[in-house]
Design a protein around this ligand. Structure first.
Ligand code: KG4
Length: 341
């Protein structure tokens, strides 16, 4: 008899509909994902009512596809994102999970979306030993956590104003680039870098590293945004590839500095990073080099698993299932935090 443990991960907290079938917490059997981005980009951001309706529309066929897998009948748990997120969207995933729980008669495990991002790296097959540092860079968060165990996280630093991804989105809007801005800025910056491989480049955007004590790891992007705004006002015939490169450089210098300080001060030599912005290959490369130079281990999942997905929910669900298979799932959609931060 097989000792493998299969689980389902459900993600509907924002504008991605995801349901995944996971084996032993680190192998993906199936991870279908529907991104609503094409709908929301018409409005320059996520429209909550539309997000809920699209989850409702897409979920039945995605579930049906997943049910074709033999492993679906062997699942031992269902993990579902319960917070944070758009309440209408969360409720759809949660109620589908409740229905599945009744049918399959397995435990339902409520998952905190941000915690799942920090554990998405275990889908690379690597084991995350405690303590480790968790970096979360997305449209709503720029944060560094110290992770000492399941649900045992301390927030070491976050943003004073915009999240990193939000800053990319707003910068892209100023540059008349489509939403979401991050991938677009990365593309344009890459084009510039390809054409200037050897040249020394002078960046007109200021270095905006906060003058803060070494044991503080706060992010701030409003100064960079303002600098970009005035640069564009004063240089109407700017080269978009060049300015994207400049913005990306400055945005990631802030990330690098905070990570370097956090590694030095905590003495923790393992970093797990995820969230939409970590899909950026330039950032991945920069953090890999920083890790090499400062002798710490840097783990991040592939591009597709950095953004929202069902697999990371199923992966974290596996750890909770092993830790405490019987969960009180009642009233989990509430203001009560699943983890303390
Ligand atoms: O984690 P995520 O998919 O979802 C939410 O936070 O809702 O992150 C989305 C954010 C957006 O702000 C987007 O512009 C940013 O991640 N992003 C990127 C890249 N891909 C997505 N930022 C920089 N470079 C990228 N390649």
């Amino acid at each position: 008899m097989s000792t493998d443990i299969f689980g389902i991960g459900i993600e509907t907290s924002c504008d991605e509909t995801g349901i995944a079938l996971i084996k032993n917490g680190n192998q993906i059997i199936a991870n279908p994902l529907f991104s609503q981005i094409k709908t929301h980009m018409l409005y320059g951001g996520v429209v909550p009512e539309m997000a809920s309706r699209l989850h409702l529309e897409k979920f039945p066929s995605m579930l049906e596809d997943l049910m074709k897998y033999r492993e679906f009948r062997e699942v031992s748990y269902i993990a579902v994102t319960v917070q944070p997120g758009l309440i209408g969207s969360l409720l759809i995933g949660y109620h589908i999970a409740l229905a599945l729980k009744k049918v399959l008669n397995v435990p339902l495990i409520p998952i905190h979306h941000l915690e799942a991002h920090l554990y998405a790296s275990q889908l690379t097959g690597k084991i995350l030993e405690y303590p480790f540092l968790g970096l979360l860079l997305s449209g709503g968060n720029s944060a560094i956590y110290r992770v000492d165990g399941l649900g045992n996280l301390s927030l070491l630093g976050d943003t004073l104003d915009d999240a990193c991804g939000e800053a990319f989105d707003k910068a892209a809007a100023m540059l008349h680039l489509p939403y979401p801005g991050g991938p677009e800025i990365e593309k344009q910056a890459y084009r510039f870098a390809q054409q200037n491989v050897h040249g020394k480049i002078s960046n007109p955007l200021p270095v905006l590293l906060r003058d803060q004590p070494k044991n503080k790891y706060q992010f701030s992007y409003s100064g960079l945004k303002t600098a970009l705004y005035y640069f564009l006002q004063n240089n109407p015939s700017y080269d978009v590839n060049f300015i994207c490169w400049c913005f990306q450089e400055r945005a990631f210098e802030i990330v690098e500095k905070n990570i370097k300080n956090a590694i030095e001060n905590t003495g923790i030599r393992k970093l797990s990073a995820a969230g939409g912005v970590m899909a950026n290959q330039n950032l991945k490369k920069r953090l890999s080099l920083l890790a090499e130079k400062n002798k710490f281990e840097f783990i991040t999942p592939c591009r597709e698993l950095c953004t929202d997905n069902g697999a990371m929910i199923g992966a974290l669900g596996f750890l909770y299932y092993q830790d405490k298979p019987e969960y009180d799932y009642q009233n989990v959609i509430s203001s009560k935090p699943v983890f303390n931060s």
